[in-house]
Design a protein around this ligand. Sequence first.
Ligand code: ADP
Ligand code: MG
Length: 395
Amino acid sequence: MEVALSDKEMEKLFVDKFGNDLRPFIKVRAPGRVNLIGEHTDYNDGFVFPMALTRQTTILAKPRTDGVIRIASSLEPQVVEFSIDAPVKKDPPKWSAYPRGVAEALRKKNLLKVGMDALAYTDVPLGGGLSSSASFEVASGLAMLTVNNASLAMPELALACQWAEHHYAGVPCGIMDQYISAMGVKGHAMLLDCRDLKPRQIPLDNTQVEFLIVNSNVKHELVQGEYTARRNQCHRAVELISRAFPMVKALRDVSMPMLEECRLNLDPVVFRRARHVITENQRTLDFAAALEAKNWKSAGKLMYASHESLRDDYGVSCPELDALVEICSGVSGIYGARMTGGGFGGSIVVMGRHAAMADAAATIDDQYPRRTGLQATHFVTTAGPGAHVVSGLAR
Ligand code: ADP
Ligand code: MG
């Protein structure tokens, strides 16, 4: 299970895994993330709004004098060993793909002279849509840079990690997860324009709002096929709309009046898919403005509206996610809730006052099993920091 370890427990585990003294060591961290709003907008050149979690991957590492990286995880029995003196091999076990890929990306940039012995542990739930993979990659990369006294701008580190995810883990992801894990700022969320990849840090007062992340613990089988179908429908909408409006390159460029004008030429389902994307982009910008104004109620309403649009227009919710959102909407002090991630299962994100978090959790524990026969898992988070070195090498 993913749990936080104390410094002492971690240092002991390091010695157990590697059988040698730990000192001198470095410690780095990189968070998981949740997308607060802006769903299915990334592949339409639109806006997303991720926030770094207070849950993160921590890596404790000791530099070596040779070009060997040995890496262990508190969740895995093996110690993985590979060399950075030549292209890094894509060998098993599967979990080693992440640090291997990052090592290869940094090696190609000539940033790695020495290897390290490194131990990773995490309290980000694995495979729960909270991007434990990006946090593992970014923490691995930062550890490698730190033991080498090498520096790399955070956007470059994020791109190296995305490269690793594409080429070593085989997941063709966008840049959002690695960007927020590398560049998150405590007490802020990141408005990211997926067209020019420019991030804007939006203040999110941790003393006034907190977030409950609730995993529905369902994963419906449809995900991949439905995802491809949605992408094709968006593509089709652009194709048809651009006949009337040649400057349209993506749904990002379409306004609601433009969509209405083309309505008769669009299949009703394609029309609804496009309407979700167009309204979701606007909601994401409005959400950022509401947070800046500390108008939590307006921001919360936009989260509910986002959920309804994903459910009714985009068709990617499911009864379990709808039940969770509905349960939370009845709790006093909760401002908003919505499904987060691709859909058909996975998690919801709930925004509310600190005092409402325990009530929401208890209400879910009471009502969700009765309505669905399932147990949900949940935790509270605020806007945590992005990747950082906790302790570096004495120079
Ligand atoms: P998500 O990113 O949503 O959590 P992924 O399937 O993309 O889900 O990534 C999860 C995978 O990342 C795990 O199956 C495991 O291989 C790897 N992983 C993440 N964190 C660790 C860790 N601390 N130790 C070992 N493997 C990890
Ligand atoms: Mg992932």
